[in-house]
Design a binder for this molecule. Structure first.
Ligand code: SAM
Length: 209
């Protein structure tokens, strides 16, 4: 995607998501309860999750769109976080093995090119006993009318929404990735129908025996 498109996408994320963030705030309060230490956030965007991290935490924001960086710097300053900006993609996280306490992904696994590879990277960089916190929009139940529309409109939606796929089976992907435990719940978000079915949950990497 070109620079103009990336700028516009960053501007849209910064200026159109307030109602959504307000609606999902109760889910995010539960999702991020107890998070701290070295937090890696995949595709951190404009930083809407910064408000949930304890002040003083290290926030490693992995973000390929440089037009998001001013928003991330502002969010880190506002919420007292030590920001480490990382340009790169979640398919090849530029961090050492077992180097972070928690990994966060909100509305990102829909856009990555290879969700399974990303989840293997999440497991690699998490310390033993570390947690993966996710909130993602997902495929509607199979063969429903919405599921068919998600398939039909996917090519157009991907162009409009920075490569986002509306029909990913993200719950199943996380379950199959190799975490010691996975828990999530489904809910409906106040967004266009294609991206309304969402999941929120946590997965734990096994602790050392
Ligand atoms: C829909 S936005 C969500 C941003 C933020 N997580 C939020 O909840 O508002 C998707 C974000 O993922 C980023 N992204 C896309 N592909 C990525 C990849 N392969 N690795 C890491 N981030 C990616 C985009 O640049 C964008 O910031």
């Amino acid at each position: 995607m070109g620079g103009g498109y990336q700028w516009l996408f960053a501007w849209c994320m910064a200026h159109t998501m307030a109602d959504y963030e307000q609606a999902v705030a109760p889910h995010k309060h539960d999702l991020f309860a107890g998070i701290g230490g070295r937090i890696l956030e995949l595709g951190a965007g404009t930083g809407p999750n910064a408000v949930y991290y304890p002040p003083g935490s290290t926030w490693i924001a992995l973000e390929p769109n440089p037009y998001m960086y001013p928003y991330l710097k502002q969010a880190a300053q506002t919420h007292g976080l030590h920001l480490e900006l990382a340009a790169g993609r979640a398919e090849a996280i530029p961090l050492a093995d077992a180097s972070v306490d928690a990994v966060v992904s909100t509305l990102v696994l829909c856009s990555v090119s290879n969700p399974s590879q990303v989840l293997q990277e999440v497991l690699r960089v998490l310390k033993p006993g570390g947690t993966f916190h996710f909130l993602e929009h997902v495929a509607a139940p199979t063969q429903t009318r919405l599921w068919h529309w998600q398939k039909r409109l996917k090519p157009l939606w991907r162009c409009l929404a920075d490569g986002c796929c509306p029909d990913r089976e993200t719950g199943r992907s996380v379950e199959q990735a190799g975490f010691a435990s996975v828990n999530y719940t489904a809910f409906e978000a106040p967004l266009p129908a294609l991206v309304r079915p969402q999941l929120v949950g946590r997965a734990h990497k096994a602790a050392l025996a």
